[in-house]
Design a protein around this ligand. Structure first.
Ligand SMILES: Cc1ncc(COP(=O)(O)O)c(C=O)c1O
Ligand SMILES: N[C@@H](CCCC[NH3+])C(=O)O
Length: 439
C-alpha cells in the first residue's frame, strides 16, 4: 500500500489525510468528495522554487491552473509565491476573483478570443503566451486601439516526441499548438513581434507534453531552442530574457510510475541551459516552468461510497461507486490507472479482485479494472488516490450528476473550498419551452 504526502492509517484503523480522519470527512460532507492534502501541495511548490533559488537562477514557477482551478487553490498558489498559468477567460476570471497578482499571470491558449484578450489587457496581466499568427495580429490590433504595450512569450513547437499518451503530447511537429521552430514560422513570428512597438518580447515558451518521467525531452527541447536563439541573436541582435519550458513533470499514479522529485526534474534542465548559454557566451535567461499535475495530482484523493455489485461468474466482480466519469474522466479518456483502498478499513485482509464501476450510463465508465481489495460491501468507503489533477477540473454533469465538493485538509483541520453542486445548480441555466426570455 503506497501513501502520498501526509496520508496514513490512524489509530482508528481509518485512512487519515492531513491529520483528518477520512471516515469523519464522509460523515460531515457525504460522498463523493475530493480531499486535498495541502501540506503536500506546499511541499511540491517549495521543492520547485527552492531548487531555482539554491542555484541562484532567476525563475518563475507558474501553477498551471487547468490542473485544478478554484479560488482557494489560487490563494494557496499565491501564498506559496507561485505565478499562475491560465488558459481561458474562465481561468483568468477565477484568478481575478482570487485577487491573484496580475503581474504574475501568464495567459495561454491556441484560440484566445478577442474578449479573452481584452480581459487580459484590462487586468494588465504579466504576459500573454502568443500561440499563432492570428493571435499575434489580433493582439497587435487590440494594443494599438488601447495605445498600450503588453509583454509576450512566443509559444514554439520544438519537434520533440515525449514519451507519454498521444492525446497529451504537445511538443511534436504535428501539433495544434505553437509556432513551428524548424520550418521558419517561429522566426517569422519573432520578426513580426520585434517590429511591433506594442509588444515587449520576453522570450520563448515550449511545452512538450504531460506525465513525462525523464528530463531528456526537456533538455532536447531547450537545446533546439537555444540553437535557434544563437542564430537569431546574430541576425536580429535579440536574445530573450525568459525561457519558459512548460510543465509536464510526471507523478506516481500506480506502482508502474517512477517520477523524479521536483528538484531532480529541474536541476538537470537548468544546468544544461547554463552550459549551452555559457558555451555561446550568451546571458542566462530567466527560466520559467508551469507544473500543474506535479503540484496537485498526488495531493488529491476522491472518497466514494460503495453501492451495488455484480458478479459475472468466472469472469469478473464489479462494484459500483456513487461517482465515476463525471468526477474522473481520465480512465475513460486516457485509460489512466489508479490505486485505491477502503478508507474505513484499509488494513482488512485483501481477498478479492474487483473492477470499480462508476454510476454513469456508459459501459466505459470504469474507474479501475482488477483492483485487489478486502471483501467489499455496500457502504464501504473507497479512497481513490492521486485524483488532484484534471479530476475536478475535467468533471462534468453527464447524466445530470452534480459535481462533488472539494475539501482542503491540513494540520488536523478540514475546510470546504468548493461546495457540492445541487440539483438546483444543475437546472439553473435551463429555460422552459416557449419562455420567450431573450439574452
Ligand atoms: C502549456 C502548458 N503548460 C503547462 C501544462 C501543465 O502540464 P502538467 O499538468 O502536466 O504539469 C500544460 C498541460 O499539459 C500545458 O499545456
Ligand atoms: N488533461 C490531461 C492532460 C492535458 C494537460 C493539458 N495540456 C490529463 O488529465 O492528464
Amino acid at each position: 500500500m503506497y501513501f502520498h504526502g501526509t496520508s496514513k492509517i490512524n489509530e482508528n484503523n481509518h485512512l487519515e489525510i492531513g491529520g483528518v480522519d477520512t471516515v469523519e470527512l464522509v460523515k460531515k460532507y457525504g460522498t463523493p468528495i475530493y480531499v486535498y492534502d495541502v501540506a503536500l501541495i506546499r511541499d511540491r511548490a517549495r521543492g520547485f522554487k527552492q531548487t531555482f533559488d539554491k542555484l541562484g537562477i532567476k525563475s518563475q514557477v507558474a501553477y498551471a491552473s487547468k490542473a485544478f482551478s478554484s479560488i482557494a487553490m489560487l490563494n494557496l498558489a499565491q501564498e506559496e509565491g507561485l505565478s499562475l498559468d491560465v488558459v481561458s477567460g474562465g481561468e483568468l476570471y477565477t484568478a481575478i476573483a482570487a485577487k491573484f497578482p496580475a503581474d504574475r499571470i501568464h495567459f495561454h491558449g491556441n484560440n484566445k478570443s478577442k474578449e479573452e484578450l481584452e480581459l487580459a489587457l484590462d487586468y494588465n496581466i504579466g504576459c500573454i503566451v502568443v500561440d499563432n499568427f492570428y493571435e499575434l495580429e489580433l493582439l497587435e490590433q487590440l494594443t494599438l486601439e488601447r495605445n498600450t504595450q503588453i509583454a509576450i512569450l512566443l509559444r514554439v513547437t520544438p519537434g520533440i516526441e515525449a514519451h507519454t499518451h498521444d492525446y497529451i503530447l504537445t511538443g511534436q511537429e504535428d501539433s495544434k499548438f505553437g509556432f513551428d521552430l524548424q520550418n521558419g514560422q517561429a522566426e517569422e513570428a519573432l520578426r513580426k513581434s520585434l517590429e511591433s512597438k506594442h509588444f515587449k518580447v520576453l522570450g520563448l515558451h515550449c511545452h512538450i507534453g504531460s506525465q513525462i518521467f525523464e528530463t531528456t525531452g526537456f533538455i532536447l527541447a531547450a537545446n533546439k531552442i537555444i540553437e535557434k536563439l544563437v542564430e537569431w541573436n546574430e541576425k536580429y541582435s535579440y536574445f530573450p530574457s525568459v525561457l519558459n519550458l512548460g510543465g509536464g513533470f510526471g507523478i506516481r499514479y500506480t506502482s508502474e510510475d517512477a517520477p523524479l522529485t521536483p528538484d531532480n526534474y529541474v536541476k538537470e534542465i537548468i544546468i544544461e541551459v547554463q552550459k549551452q548559454t555559457n558555451s555561446h557566451q550568451l546571458p542566462m535567461p530567466e527560466i520559467w516552468i508551469e507544473p500543474g499535475r506535479s503540484l496537485v495530482g498526488e495531493a488529491g484523493t476522491t472518497l466514494y461510497t460503495v453501492g451495488s455489485n455484480k458478479d459475472v461468474p468466472n469472469v469478473r466482480k464489479y462494484i459500483a461507486v456513487d461517482g465515476g466519469m463525471s468526477d474522473n474522466i481520465r480512465p475513460a479518456l486516457y485509460e489512466a490507472k489508479y490505486e485505491a483502498v477502503l478508507a474505513n478499513r484499509p488494513l482488512a485482509k485483501v481477498e478479492e479482485t474487483y473492477s470499480i464501476a462508476g454510476k454513469c450510463c456508459e459501459s466505459g465508465d470504469m474507474l479501475i479494472w482488477d483492483l485487489p481489495l478486502p471483501n467489499t460491501v455496500c457502504n464501504d468507503i473507497l479512497a481513490v488516490f492521486c485524483t488532484g489533477a484534471y479530476g475536478y477540473s475535467m468533471a462534468n454533469n453527464y447524466n445530470r450528476i452534480p459535481r462533488p465538493p472539494v475539501v482542503f485538509v491540513e494540520n488536523g483541520e478540514d475546510q470546504l473550498v468548493v461546495k457540492r453542486e445541487t440539483y438546483e445548480d444543475i437546472i439553473k441555466l435551463d429555460l422552459p419551452l416557449h419562455s420567450k426570455i431573450n439574452l
